[in-house]
Design a protein around this ligand. Sequence first.
Ligand code: RTP
Ligand code: MG
Length: 137
Amino acid sequence: MAIERTLSIIKPDAVAKNVIGQIYSRFEGAGLKIVAARMTQLSREQAEGFYAAHKERGFFKDLVDFMVSGPVMIQALEGENAVAAHRDLMGATDPKKAEKGTIRADFADSIDANAVHGSDAVDAAKVEIAYFFPEAK
Ligand code: RTP
Ligand code: MG
């Protein structure tokens, strides 16, 4: 088993629902340790840069509009197979398709307002953690 790090964002919908603590409990329950964290309001430039891989997609503007619509809670998580473990906790992108008991099934309302972000690969996680926590070792 490999110890990895992954980047998690609790999106504006879930922050507004006041469920940061419930989501953190799920990370801790799965053995994922919070090694860096910051609450912030993303600028358009930051959100566009973060999701740059999606900039040609039809949903890009809606995604950026949503990500700047309120404060987000950003954290780096560390643990065994952290990238996949975190994606398992999150559930499918579309909450209607997310398995029962996942964060998106329990807290998300739509494919746009889907509660959480998680890195999808170890390489992406390194880039994403450096994007928000340049000081992280
Ligand atoms: P995330 O990056 O936020 O963790 O989500 P994800 O990996 O599950 O999904 P991804 O394909 O990376 O898409 C990023 C976000 O864009 C929105 N999206 N909308 N309307 C659509 O077809 C569509 N597809 C994706 C979602 O909010 C998704 O979280
Ligand atoms: Mg993604």
